[in-house]
Ligand binder design. Structure first.
Ligand code: SIN
Ligand code: CO
Length: 390
């Protein structure tokens, strides 16, 4: 399985983390991700922020709040070099979805294998010189804040809710009052801080600093309802008008009894086997969707080159900037990639994709029975990447 050790304190099991901390309490994991040390320099990330296809934001903070103007300025990508001219002392540049630029970094998600792939959002980096921050705020999602370069002081305060008010007229969500500070530590490269949703946090760069946010996600009901509606469009039975009992009523009235009867039939359908099928498909499609568009690869291999690389020891691994997942229903293995069910795969292909989805690095022997053209298609679709490392 994964060669990367789980990011947890030495004496903690994944079960303990999930029961006691996940979505409840923060946790400092000293040297939880030492692989990050030396992986990137600030210049690498500044260069990335300037890429045309990068999803980046440049945030600057005036030393004091000007009258009638926001203190913070936000510029979204595409960013150019001139955006970095004449910056104030405090600024931060953020780049999202780093997995698509660096599959090696993406592989570090395996350190969080106790969180299923479908609940992972993306890896974001923040670069800031000394004093830079993105302000005091909270997020709606769980995040593992991993220090990659330099050091950052993190303070954690109160738990917020939807009534927590943000400073008005600023381009980002931030507030002044974090309540009682419950954590105040400097994270060095390799350290990781888990922050649950709604917990206020404030991180200030102590020197030139790179922080990698391994951010999680969860679907909302609107996404599920939307997907249910799409799937239902293909089900002709659902187009048959409902049969409804009719009581005598004023001709202009729509009685609540009629609405209740329709609701009952809707819930009945959702609770039936057909409903199970539709809901299963809707959830799978939603949670396997990619949040960012895929990059078009600059260079492509031929099938022969791919097979030769595998024969020479390169491994195939799931590419975590894509979403490859499976579920098992009634003895059948059903795979989804990037929001779509994968139909027409034979058993061996399904089992191989399952192993990839579970994070295995596959070698020549593991894929000997797969048609090379299929492997090539998986690579071209971005579901897998080829790791040439020995
Ligand atoms: C940062 O890296 O500065 C911000 C990350 C976060 O607050 O979620
Ligand atoms: Co945050």
């Amino acid at each position: 399985m994964s060669a990367i050790p789980l990011c947890l304190p030495d004496n903690m099991t994944p079960e303990q983390f999930l029961n006691d901390y996940w979505q409840k309490k923060p946790l400092l994991i000293k040297q939880g991700l030492p692989q990050l040390i030396g992986m990137f320099e600030p210049e690498d990330m500044l260069g990335l922020a300037l890429e045309e296809e990068a999803s980046a934001r440049l945030l600057t903070q005036a030393a004091t709040k000007p009258v009638d103007e926001p203190q913070w300025q936000l510029k979204k990508s595409p960013l150019s070099e001139t955006d970095f001219d004449n910056l104030p002392a405090q600024w931060t540049v953020l780049v999202q979805n780093l997995e698509q630029w660096s599959p090696e970094l993406g592989q570090l998600w395996q350190a969080f294998d106790y969180i299923p792939q479908w609940q992972r959002d993306d890896i974001m980096v923040s670069y800031a010189p000394k004093g830079g921050s993105v302000g005091k705020h909270y997020d709606d999602y769980d995040v593992f804040l991993a220090q990659g370069y330099g050091s950052r002081r993190w303070q954690l305060g109160k738990y917020c809710d939807k009534n927590t008010e943000f400073v008005a007229d600023e381009p980002i969500r931030l507030f002044d009052d974090m309540g009682d500070i419950i954590f105040d530590e400097i994270l060095e490269a390799g350290d990781v801080l888990y922050v649950p949703p709604k917990l206020s946090h404030f991180g200030v760069a102590q020197d030139d600093c790179l922080t990698f946010s391994f951010g999680c996600r969860r679907p909302n009901l609107m996404q599920i309802i939307d997907s249910l509606a799409d799937i239902a469009t293909n089900d002709s039975d659902l187009f048959i008008p409902l049969l409804l009992p009719q009581a005598l009523q004023a001709s202009g009235a729509l009685q609540s009894e009629s609405i209740s009867a329709i609701k009952e039939q809707l819930l009945h359908m959702l609770q039936s086997e057909r409903g199970d099928d539709i809901i299963r498909q809707a959830v799978s499609e939603v949670v396997s969707k990619r949040q960012y568009d895929a990059l078009v690869p600059e260079e492509t291999l031929t099938t022969d080159e791919l097979m030769q690389a595998i024969t020479e020891g390169a491994t195939l691994q799931a590419d975590y900037s894509n979403r490859l997942l499976y579920h098992k229903h009634a003895g059948e293995l059903i795979l989804y990639a990037n929001g779509q069910r994968l139909d027409g795969l034979d058993t061996i292909a399904k089992q191989t994709l399952q192993r990839l989805a579970d994070g295995e690095a596959l070698q020549a022997d593991d894929v000997a029975d797969i048609d090379p053209d299929d492997l090539m298609e998986w690579l071209e679709n971005g579901w897998v990447w080829l790791d040439y490392a020995e």
